[in-house]
Ligand binder design. Sequence first.
Ligand code: SF4
Length: 303
Amino acid sequence: MTLHPELERRFRTRISPFVRRQIESLDADAATALLSQFEPDERELLEVPDFNDDPLHEDDVDIHPFPDVVHKYRSKILYLTTDECPVYCRYCTRKRKTLLSEGHAHSSPAEIAAYIAARPEIQEIIFSGGDPLMLTPTDLADRARVFLSLPNIRFLRFHTRAFTTAPGLVSEKLLGVLSALQAQFTGKFFAFVLHVNTAAEVSAEAAAKIQAVRRLGIPLYAQTVLLREINDTAAKLAALCTALIAAGVQPYYLHQLDHVTGSAHFEVTETEAKAIYAELRLRVPPYMLPRFVRDSKQGKYPV
Ligand code: SF4
């Protein structure tokens, strides 16, 4: 494929070897739905009003105490552990850190821990990124210990796409690290939130890693982005919710697209989206139904 040079210059592209192999085994529709989440598209170069590099205003100084921390909710902070991911989703909300990244400043866990220690209302830290599973298990454990040692941190959550796009990263070493953290920090709680958009992404390999984490007693939730021509029907979303539940993952959020630069062609209009969600309600039981939300600087609100 020949790409527009400006497209190649502007946005990083990465598709993991696992996803490339998986695509060979999928039918044409499922393969296209998966690949188009990561493949460059010249429509990304269109300038569209209201689409920008930081649609959630995460870099605003009032919620951005460190280059790699977003603190917009009173009781939790988002820690952007790395700019790296096994894949780069073209519509990534944090495109400025991932696809547009030229390397960002990172603070030390000790600095961030001092900030948290001075704010006892913070109970949870979310390891996000990029993808925190791109850290080595040792690095991830070292950082986790710094935060879990704080009396006010009771919950550690990981936001990741690695289970479905690079399941090898959910390694025996990582599982051992999680188990050791559980043993060291009894009374603290761990959770994973997986980014999954289509049923085909819940592969046998992903399901095996999900089961391995479930055996540790760690719950897994899923968040999905509603994307045009990828998962924009109630039937596709119902298939996804069913696959997640069967694998042991609770559907949690369905997100309306954030207005990040170069992603307008993925957007499903709010009118269409509401109709799709209304039909989804009729297709799956309530315990399989994710909450449909739009994100903002102030937090999530129902669509
Ligand atoms: S895996 Fe997550 S952080 Fe990485 S590019 Fe995709 S949406 Fe962004």
